[in-house]
Design a protein around this ligand. Sequence first.
Ligand SMILES: [Zn+2]
Length: 306
Amino acid sequence: MLGLALGPDGRVLTEHRVSTPQVDDEAAGRPRGTAVADAIAEVVVEVATRTGIEDLDSVAIGVGIPGMVRRDGVLVFAPNLHGAIGADLEQLVATRLGRAAVGIDNDANCAALAEHHFGAARGVEHALLITLGTGIGGAAIVGGVVLRGSSGFAGEFGHLMVDPTGPRCPCGSRGCLERYASGAALHRQVTEAIAAGRLEPSTTPEQLLDLARAQHPVATELVGEFCWWLARGIANLCCCFDPSLVLLGGGVGDAHDVLLEPTRQALIGELEGGRLRPPPELVPTALGSRAGAIGAALVGEQRSAR
Ligand SMILES: [Zn+2]
């Protein structure tokens, strides 16, 4: 997890990264979420110390969580934070920091807020963020505001079902978009192509992208397939949100030099109204892997303003 101190102009003053604890709190006889909340509070204190902040009450504090965070601060589901599911993380973190409340939201929502304030969606009223990591994270900016929905779960774009007969997803459903257009999808494509004798046995997903850059025919075909699914997902989202801008980020999204153009091309064919309507602009995110933490600070600020 990444902690950072953000200046009023959006400049990162200090940052500190630690690994996320994977501890079974209940087995250790502690309430769920204890280890995660301890780690978050420790990172906040460390960043504040390094920045020279003596009074924590003088600054806003926000937390971005990779999972479904309810509006009241309870973590409802997070595949990579099993030990904290069901915990009132806002309360646990706030108590450790000696305050009544902290800001808390899903990390993709935080990233979208950051991109809207300081990054590639600055001033854009209707935009979507799609982060391609192991899975897909998402967030919608509607009328200049990050959409949270009634419970706080809006923007789970990775689990839009695109094929009811498709492969099983860790969320329990089938054929979710992230099975076809994410780091996990790229991994599956490579594995299948190796099994079919179409790629060298040692090929990695990163090498597949490099091969596509070098116009290798099989790699170009596979990346084209990946981008078609991504475009199909974006076209579905356009039916709901009609954005003027779609930001592509995340570890896999960093390969925008090979992914953006085929996705743009495929999108025109998939969009309702096709060429009769303006397609959304498709661009890389500007703030990179810090976007979630920068946005979390902004969520903290919004929370203290309430
Ligand atoms: Zn799913």
